[in-house]
Design a binder for this molecule. Structure first.
Ligand SMILES: [Zn+2]
Ligand SMILES: [Zn+2]
Length: 177
């Protein structure tokens, strides 16, 4: 993926949050642990049930932005998400590359998560258009994605879904031939 034109991978955090399975009650802790680069070292990943519920609501909002079919709907849902954010950006090179983090470094994990996700997603929408967000076209998959391809041609959440669908389409053609 070409992150250069996007300036930030924060939108990927948003997409991955929206696509995360929430069956296991420990899903937030697992998600935060898997994306710890976005969180200040030492931040507690133990969320209360109330905070876990709010993290789920944030995930649902990201998904609803990606599924929206008009600019009016996108704006309404995006602004709902942004209202949950508490941005206080700072520049960092903690991983060797200069980039922005969006939340106050000493804020709780939920605030860092919600803020990063809201800022990352809204940046892409206002700079590149809400049409860059979509839902996977593969059968049996409803994951959302952000299209960072140069010609905005993406239809699948992942290479796995893309090749699975290509094979399925090929088989379907073989049958009708
Ligand atoms: Zn970072
Ligand atoms: Zn998919």
């Amino acid at each position: 993926m070409d992150y250069d034109t996007y300036g930030s991978t924060a939108v990927e955090l948003a997409i991955e949050l929206a696509n995360t399975e929430r069956d296991d009650p420990g899903w937030v802790r697992a998600f935060l642990g898997a994306h710890e680069e976005w969180f200040t070292a030492g931040t507690s990943f133990d969320l209360s049930p109330g905070e876990t519920h709010r993290a789920a609501a944030t995930a649902d909002l990201v998904r609803s932005v990606a599924l929206a079919e008009s600019q009016a709907d996108v704006l309404q849902r995006l602004n709902e998400l942004l209202a949950l954010a508490r941005p206080r950006p700072y520049a960092t090179d903690h991983d060797g590359a200069l980039h922005l983090h969006f939340a106050r470094p000493d804020s709780p994990a939920l605030e860092q998560l919600t803020t990063t996700v809201a800022m990352g997603l809204s940046q892409v929408v206002v700079q590149h258009g809400w049409q860059r967000l979509g839902v996977c076209a593969a059968e049996n998959c409803d994951d959302v994605y952000v299209d960072t391809s140069r010609n905005a041609s993406r239809r699948y959440c992942s290479n796995t879904c893309a090749s699975r669908s290509t094979v399925a389409a090929y088989r379907a053609r073989q049958k009708t031939d």
